[in-house]
Write a protein that binds this ligand. Structure first.
Ligand SMILES: [Zn+2]
Length: 86
């Protein structure tokens, strides 16, 4: 099953990717925040660039509604959730 399960779960992290927005960390206020990419994304040069730049981090392959969406590079806190942004 490779198609999205509409409305039930988020199987493709691209669906919740927030582009062009850098969120501030609620714990320390830093804007050095990386998006967390859940699932098993297709590895690309663009993704590697974002990983190297600290704009993106990989969360793992287990996806649930409570998974955080962002990781703070300053305090290592994680915040946001797929559920809240939906
Ligand atoms: Zn922080």
């Amino acid at each position: 099953m490779s198609e999205d399960q509409e409305g039930n779960s988020i199987s493709h992290s691209e669906r919740v990717t927030v582009v062009g927005v850098r969120h501030a960390c609620p714990r320390c206020g830093s804007r050095d925040v990386a998006r967390i990419l859940w699932g098993l994304p297709a590895y690309s040069a663009e993704m590697k660039r974002e990983l190297d730049a600290g704009e993106l981090t990989l969360g793992g392959c287990v996806i649930s509604e409570s998974n955080p969406l962002f990781a703070c590079n300053a305090c290592r806190g994680r915040f946001g959730s797929i559920k809240r942004l939906d």
